[in-house]
Design a protein around this ligand. Sequence first.
Ligand code: PA5
Length: 477
Amino acid sequence: MDVIRYDYTGALLENGGLTQSEWSAVRPALENARDIVLGEDLAQFRGEAEIPAEKQPLDAGFLEMPERLLAEHQAAGPASELGRILSTAEQMQQRVDRVVLLGIGGSYMGARALMEGLCPPYFNELSRTARGGKPRLYFEGNNVDNDATQGLLDLLGGNSKSGAAASGVDESWAIVVISKSGGTLETASALRQFLAALRVSRGGKPDGNENIADYFVPVTGGSGKLFELSQALGAHDIFNVPDGVGGRFSIFSAVGLVPAAMLGIDIVALLRGAAAMNEHFRQAPVGGNAVLDYVGVSHQMETLHGANTRVFSVWSKSLESVGLWYDQLLAESLGKEEKGALPLTVVNTRDLHSRAQQHQEGRRDKLITNLIVDRWRREPLPIGASSFNQDQLNDLADKTLPDLMSAAIKGTNKAYASDNRPTTDLHLPEVNAFYLGQLFQMLMLATVVEGRIMGVNPYGQPGVEQYKQHMNAFLRG
Ligand code: PA5
């Protein structure tokens, strides 16, 4: 099977890296943790009552979700959840030129990673034709930033109390609101503000009873404030975030799939990629299993060599938001009980001019994982010859940007290795929906496997609740 490859040879260093015996020592724990994680997937279906108290919350429903959605789609076609998502996406593509996605944390970071990873660069700047008729996508409700919110309202033409109704697709916009709990303040307050602007854009009053159901797509749990509001607003379809799937593990539910489908991303290929990674995780032995090997190296480097900082070094601009999605996944899942590595995404070669000094000569507390794109989507672009050779680049005229990138990766790894600084390489054959599906699933599986090895529950985020309580107390007196 064609899966992304994890090469950890750059971490097997005599000084400062893993020794062969340290690597061999972790193998049984990895196999055991895989059994635990696969067993938890089954436990999910025996019902909450049978889940032991010390394991709760157990949001392991993400694991089998790709296979379940694909099978249901094959059996029920348009009536399946995927079918409904695809049909809503198509309607939105026909109706609007802009979509505002309101959501925070796990309710938006996946969509952003999918958009930046899989849409052409500068997507929102392109003409509708160049976008293939797909709407531009903007993200809000992920902060309470006064100026940013109003900047977007201005852009939509909706920051006024009344105005002319949108007259065609090019002027029309829609809201996708995503909140599993339905009560997150950042998202809920933005929804109220954007709904007011949406009504105005449809020719109504900010708090009028204008029917906006054609321009409003909610994704939420089976009950709660957003669910009730969506019903009151007459939403055609309320997409569900299933029980047993936590926010940061929800990219393959409607949370990630609704916006991805609107952007024209091949969501079936995405899910097939995730399912392929599940199969690989279940079957491949340690030493050739991307999930288990990644956990084994990262965990041993942290516990035996003090590599508390995990640098996720992505070698493509399009993957920065994949890195930020992973930052959240690792931090919110394992940053508990005074444990958990510090995630840090860098984008290279950009950050070689920013953070690399510290990675080369700073504290020996880092493991660098390179995320490398093996095949670029577009033909390699050469530097080119010029009659103005003052820059002295004519000897490199035939070298292409992929040649430069490849030399930079090799050069950086060599520089780190020469000072006994461990690196590992994660190879994406190319940045497409199938391989990104694999990557997201790989990182989610790795996070829960590592949690079980560390003895930390990877699900839930009790620490995040504290700021919410204090914030509410300050606001409501
Ligand atoms: O991973 C998580 O569960 C969190 O990051 C949530 O996604 C985030 O807090 C948003 O929650 P909600 O979807 O309930 O608005």
